[in-house]
Design a protein. Structure first.
Length: 211
């Protein structure tokens, strides 16, 4: 990793920590600044590092940019922007899948990821979809599409058999599961903080997988 990339990554960690505190204390003014700033700094880290595969880095940067757009749309907390934010993250996962496939995958890893994704849908996804159906039936198609795409990202990450990639994808799956619980099932106190901690860890680990 280059010195510049390490600096960008350290700054991203500081911004992420500030975001976690902002969400924990419901400091909306600070959150509006540090949440998008975290992603901007992670994009800087991805651009500055010396990647194992430049083509994979390109698609990861696209994914980070789309994640930034999704962050901005979702943090405004407007129902009419939820689907747009969901769509941005869906496309981000598609970009991650392309990048991961370019980096190379292995049948054994793909099988392990498939088993994990199926188990996740049985234990979490199916319950989440029932919650979406009760809350707003119009959201069932976009949420189901998102669940399928993030499951594909999880499978592909495990297919690479690279620790940082599969760890990042796992944290992303956990983060989105927690977000689904907060919105459609049983909101818990400080649950939003857990969503953001796991989300930022996921993005950081995926960036590290480029090295």
């Amino acid at each position: 990793m280059t010195a510049a990339a390490f600096l960008w990554l350290c700054l991203a960690l500081v911004a992420a920590g500030a975001n976690w505190m902002a969400v924990y204390h419901d400091n909306r003014r600070l959150e509006l600044v540090v949440k998008p700033l975290t992603m901007v700094l992670l994009i800087g880290a991805a651009v500055a590092l010396d990647p194992a595969d430049p083509a994979t880095r390109y698609w990861f940067v696209v994914a980070l940019l789309l994640s930034l757009a999704g962050d901005v749309l979702l943090m405004l907390r407007r129902d009419n922007l939820f689907v747009a934010g969901l769509g941005a993250f869906l496309l981000a996962h598609v970009a991650y899948v392309i990048g991961l496939l370019i980096s190379g995958v292995h049948p054994g890893g793909l099988l392990a990821g498939l088993v994990l994704a199926v188990a996740g849908f049985v234990l979490i996804g199916s319950r989440l979809m029932r919650g979406v159906r009760r809350t707003d039936r119009a959201l069932v198609p976009p949420v189901l599409a998102y669940v399928l795409v993030i499951s594909l990202m999880l499978i592909t990450a495990y297919g690479t058999t690279r620790f940082w990639a599969l760890a990042g994808a796992t944290f992303f799956y956990i983060s989105d599961s927690l977000l689904g619980r907060q919105r459609f099932l049983e909101p818990r106190e400080r649950g939003d903080t857990a969503v953001m901690v796991t989300y930022h860890l996921a993005q950081i680990l995926l960036v590290l997988s480029l090295v």
